[in-house]
Design a protein around this ligand. Structure first.
Ligand code: MG
Length: 351
């Protein structure tokens, strides 16, 4: 397109390839990137400024806005059913479209609704939180939670477009900003190099477009190689095995990105203690977390975290896949037995 100033990436997945647009002011020009001359269900939540969903709806020929309550509890069977019922009542057919306007909860829920409605219709991700922009909107993981755990009902179902308007991030509350920074720091440890020094030397907030484009490029490259998470995509789980346990132990009062930050710091300390990396790795990561006002430790015992981690979906057949940092910019997956997890958690600094 002429006059395009922003980043346009392509997720290369054969017939399921799609574009990822990161561009200031792009929300009001969504129509240039997606076909909106059909029935469109715009799914959003009560915490997202209503003008974003409205701006999307105004560009559609025939739109119905579905607003779910804000928060993780909306990733449920009950809310999923209500979204699907509203789509049916709106008369949506197989050629129609779902657009998710919001953060990770809305993206996962709307994506799963699109994946299952009439055996699958197209959907577009419009992330309005930093965490969704850098991570959850890209890669096609859709899900709702079951009472027994997060994301236990879901599928891989790629969007047909991801459009991130960086202007929508300018009004993010501080907690949401930090939530996104947890995942950004994870990407910086995975990739090292320029991304790490960029967020070390300047605030992420002053360089949203560049930081998001870099994180999404890393994710795009990894997902392009391993869409179904059987190999290399596991690297994106850096900080998450301990992070999920921390989230769960806190009763989800510690948000995902904050828990990933703590999980990452713990993993770096444990990896150093076990001789996988030099002391500069935990030092650099702790310093970076502190710069963003984020914690590097949580007040749970190793046993509490171990019990929580054992029920995590990533644990299969008595072993756990941990992502180990060797240095900033070089990580690898390591399979350890469930029994060893307790020791790893203690080495990471848990009581
Ligand atoms: Mg995550």
């Amino acid at each position: 397109m002429s006059g395009f100033i922003g980043t346009k990436l392509t997720m290369n997945l054969g017939e399921r390839s799609y574009d990822i647009i990161v561009k200031s002011g792009s929300l009001e020009n969504l129509y240039q990137f997606a076909r909106l001359d059909r029935r469109v269900a715009v799914v959003t939540d009560s915490g997202v400024p209503a003008q974003y969903a409205q701006m999307v709806a105004d560009q559609c020929k025939d739109a119905h806005i579905i607003t779910v309550p804000q928060g993780e509890a909306s990733k449920s069977f009950k809310i999923l059913e209500s979204v699907l019922r509203q789509m049916l009542e709106f008369g949506m057919g197989r050629g129609d479209l779902v657009i998710a306007v919001g953060g990770g909860v809305v993206g996962d829920l709307a994506g799963f609704a699109a994946a299952t409605y009439l055996r699958g219709i197209a959907y577009v991700q419009v992330p309005t939180t930093l965490l969704a922009a850098v991570d959850s909107s890209v890669g096609g993981k859709t899900a709702v939670n079951l009472p027994t755990g997060k994301n236990q009902l879901g599928c891989f179902y790629q969007p047909s477009l991801v459009l991130c308007d960086t202007d929508a991030l300018s009004t993010l509350p501080e907690a949401e900003y930090k939530n996104g920074c947890g995942e950004i720091i994870k990407y910086a440890v995975l990739a090292g190099g320029e991304l790490f020094s960029m967020i070390e030397n300047a605030d992420t907030r002053t360089q949203y477009a560049d930081v998001i484009a870099r994180c999404v490029t890393i994710k795009r490259d990894i997902v392009g190689e391993d869409e179904f998470d059987t190999g290399r995509r596991r690297l994106l789980n850096l900080g998450h095995t301990f992070g999920h346990a921390i989230e769960k132990c806190s009763g989800y009062s510690i948000p995902h990105g904050a828990a990933v930050g703590i999980g990452l710091a713990m993993m770096c300390r444990a990896a150093h203690k076990r001789g996988y990396c030099a002391s500069d790795v935990p030092e650099k990561v702790e310093k970076l977390l502190a710069k963003y006002g984020m914690s590097a430790a949580a007040d749970f015992t190793a046993q509490e975290l171990y019990d929580a981690a054992l029920s995590d979906k990533k644990i299969a057949g008595g072993s756990v896949s941990l992502v180990i940092p060797e240095k900033i910019g070089c990580c690898h997956a390591l399979t350890v037995s469930c029994g060893d997890m307790l020791g790893w958690l203690k080495d990471g600094g848990a009581r």
